[in-house]
Write a protein that binds this ligand. Structure first.
Ligand code: GMT
Length: 375
């Protein structure tokens, strides 16, 4: 199939999922065309089946806001015609589903029927999409998509209740490639990060308010009162400074390593002992799954789609949002001795295998086939 993928090219989860999906589809001999405003961060253009088309938005002083949707929909029409694209897959409803719908209409005018699949990722529904200023257009573009998928059952429920739509939503969870792992392996760079007896606690996110970064620092503060530990904070965003200030106030700044955005996620996770994700809401929690796939148990909040990913007592524990004390005590339960930690590490990988790319990818392929057949 010839598949066009529209996504955000940044470090956010939806862009990562879209990119990994495209790369895997290309490995399976589909022709994949990424259409976005810059090259997605995890995109390697080494496979001849991968193409990248940049959307350029010319600046014009008259415009207070530059019209990205217009440029995107025009580019979509041009690329669909040029490469004879079979199906369009847009990730994140805003504004991609809207621009996709416009492209569909323009193509229809020229006798071309382009089926569109919209994947809902989370904040496009629960935070941004739900805003009264966007809601009408988001609901419209969901209803106009040929197929809609969501990354968890929880997000499907939220979409139906927040948008009052009866559109069928297919749940296709996010996926991961689970690599081999040996609990006794001593990963190469660990010694540069922490002493031998120190536990390494990790958090990876875009440091937005929804991630509750202060809880990450507070949970770590509680852990290091009982056990020697270091905290690795990976990513960048508006709450990072707040985290730095809190770390200074608590007197634990020297126990925290701030990495910023990184392409070395697997490396960092390979020497981590515990992953923290105390988010306010999380439609899925791809970062938690990435940690589990590397054998890192997860302490998370019990919100949104997280219970569908992190299994209590098996891959980690879940607490109510903001219950820092419970998170600390759960973390200590996991870290209390080597055998317990090792058990959690192994089971985390087992749970992650349920989301293996080999299981999930065929679900998308089936949907593309159905969309093309029914166009
Ligand atoms: O919140 C983020 O980390 C970014 C956001 C995005 O759209 O990139 O993530 C959302 O989509 C991810 C991929 O499907 C999910 O794993 C995240 O849980 C979801 N974030 C929220 O729901 C807050």
């Amino acid at each position: 199939m010839k598949i066009a993928i529209v996504c955000y090219p940044t470090f956010g989860g939806s862009g990562v999922v879209a990119t990994e999906l495209g790369l895997e589809l290309a490995k399976r001999n589909h022709e994949v065309h990424f259409i976005t405003y810059s090259q997605p961060v995890r995109l390697a253009l080494l496979n001849p089946n991968i193409h990248y088309h940049e959307v350029n938005v010319p600046e014009y002083p008259l415009f207070h806001y530059q019209p990205y949707e217009l440029a995107l929909s025009s580019k979509l029409v041009d690329m669909v015609k040029l490469f004879k694209i079979d199906v369009l897959h847009v990730h994140y409803a805003i504004p991609h589903a809207y621009a996709g719908y416009m492209a569909k209409q323009m193509l229809k005018d020229q006798g071309i029927h382009l089926p569109m699949i919209t994947t809902l990722h989370g904040t496009d529904i629960t935070l941004v999409g739900n805003h009264p200023n966007y809601k009408t257009a988001v609901a419209f573009s969901i209803n106009q998509s040929d197929y809609v998928t969501s990354v968890s059952e929880s997000l499907k429920r939220s979409t139906h209740s927040l948008f009052n739509t009866d559109k069928e939503i297919h749940v296709i969870p996010n996926f991961i490639e689970v690599k081999e792992f040996d609990c006794d392996d001593t990963p190469c760079k660990r010694s540069a990060m922490a002493e031998k007896d120190e536990f390494i606690i990790t958090h990876i996110s875009n440091f937005r308010k929804v991630k509750r970064i202060s809880d990450v620092v507070s949970v770590f503060y509680g852990i290091q009162q009982h056990l020697p530990a270091k905290l690795m904070l990976v990513g960048d965003g508006p709450e990072k400074e707040r985290a730095e200030r809190l770390a200074l106030e608590l007197g634990i700044y020297d126990k925290i390593i701030f990495f910023g955005n990184s392409n070395e996620i697997e490396h960092i996770l390979s020497y981590s002992d515990l992953f923290l994700l105390p988010s306010e809401t999380e439609s899925f929690g791809l970062a938690a799954l990435e940690a589990m796939a590397m054998g890192v148990p997860v302490i998370s909040s019990n919100t949104g789609g997280l219970p569908e990913v992190n299994e209590a007592g098996i891959s980690g524990y879940l607490s109510s949002v903001g219950d820092v004390d419970d998170m600390v005590s759960n973390a200590l339960k996991i870290l209390k001795d080597k055998d317990t930690l090792c058990g959690f590490k192994e089971r985390s990988r087992e749970v992650a295998r349920k989301f293996s790319i080999d299981r999930v990818l065929p679900l998308y392929e089936k949907l593309y086939e159905a969309a093309i057949e029914n166009k």
